[in-house]
Design a protein around this ligand. Structure first.
Ligand SMILES: Nc1ncnc2c1ncn2[C@@H]1O[C@H](COP(=O)(O)OP(=O)(O)OP(=O)(O)O)[C@@H](O)[C@H]1O
Length: 329
């Protein structure tokens, strides 16, 4: 008798069938030099992208010392530019941020934009990470030629001002890209002044999707996605991509996604570690290992999110912090 598979399992195996090879084995590591034979096109050179990035983005990348793509960038950017939905399982520090910001900027640069019509949304689990992604985006956007009507971005995150002041800034500035934590975005989208239309909306990114779900945002995300045009590109980035972790989100939010798996780090990520954390790490350095430092970081993150949810009168998140940490490592 054929074994019964749950719909979830079936959906995920379909996704796995379209999986690109694990890039750590198919591309040179970021530290390897570019191909010495000039006739061999370096698959990690920015110039190898088709369609090409705008000249001002090349200038930005060169000035910011991003000389070549990391493996996650080399595999993910062409997929987004080629109109695919993408699920990315990548280790911390692999360079995910540029792998979605660059195609998002590029896709929006080529489209006709209208004031107060959003072109792209990046959703991130915490305020701190949202701030960091927003600074990377801002540092790229500052290279836009002054002659062009430049893309604008807005940061929306809980704990800063309130939804009303965010709405005022939105109406005043007319941003094309929103970088946000889920709750504050949900509040903004609840306003009748915020229009998201299929003509201008290009791309949704869920960064650290596993954390978003761990922190209890699954319903909020479902509500947000229901409000976005179906004709869009969606990228989901997660440290772990399994049916149990993100299967539901992949099925409800993405269309025939291509899965990318990357196990190569670009460099140790310093920017995601708050100053306070660094001090704590120093204190426990003698008696502990990397796991202990991670647990501290995770504990603080969970407490921060619990506090944010309590402040906003949202339902409490179940689960004990230790258990969540076990899931993460
Ligand atoms: N093409 C590149 N060339 C050189 N450095 C890069 C490149 N892309 C990213 N980096 C650097 O690598 C580091 C990691 O990048 P990024 O923060 O995007 O990784 P990540 O995968 O998002 O990490 P996390 O899991 O913490 O979110 C950063 O310091 C970033 O500036």
């Amino acid at each position: 008798m054929p074994s019964k598979k749950s719909p979830g399992k079936r959906a995920l195996s379909t996704m796995a069938a379209t999986t690109t090879p694990t890039l750590s084995s198919s591309l040179p590591s970021p530290s390897e030099p570019a191909a010495s034979n000039p006739s061999t096109k370096d698959p990690q050179s920015w110039a190898s992208l088709t369609p090409p990035l705008s000249p001002w983005l090349h200038t930005a990348l060169q000035t910011l010392s991003f000389e070549r793509m990391t493996p996650v960038q080399a595999s993910t950017i062409p997929l987004f530019l080629g109109n695919k939905d993408v699920v990315v399982e990548a280790v911390t520090g692999s360079g995910k941020t540029l792998s979605y910001l660059l195609p998002l900027i590029q896709r929006l640069s080529g489209t006709e934009r209208r004031r107060h019509r959003i072109g792209g949304i990046v959703i991130i689990p915490t305020r701190e990470l949202a701030g960091q992604i927003f600074s990377v985006l801002s540092s790229l956007l500052q290279f836009q030629p002054p002659s062009e009507a430049g893309l604008k971005a807005q940061l929306l995150r809980g704990g800063e001002g309130d939804a009303r002041s965010d709405l005022q800034a939105f109406l005043r500035d007319g941003p094309d890209i929103l970088v946000c934590t889920p709750g504050r975005l949900e509040e903004l989208l609840g306003s009748r002044y915020v229009v998201i239309s299929g003509d201008t909306f290009e791309m949704l990114v869920l960064d650290e999707a596993d954390r978003l779900l761990d922190l209890g945002f699954s319903e909020v995300l479902a509500g947000i996605m229901a409000r976005l045009p179906k004709q869009r590109r969606t990228g989901l980035f997660s440290a772990s991509v399994t049916e149990a972790v993100v299967g539901g989100l992949v099925r409800s939010g993405l269309r025939n996604p291509v899965k990318v798996v990357v196990k190569v780090k670009e460099r140790e990520v310093e920017r995601r570690v708050p100053v306070r954390e660094k001090r704590k790490k120093k204190r426990i350095a003698g008696v502990s290992d990397e796991r202990k430092a991670k647990e501290e970081e995770w504990r603080e993150l969970v407490e921060q999110v619990k506090k944010e949810r309590a402040e906003r009168g949202l339902e409490k998140v179940d689960g004990d912090v230790g258990g969540w940490f076990e899931d993460m490592v």
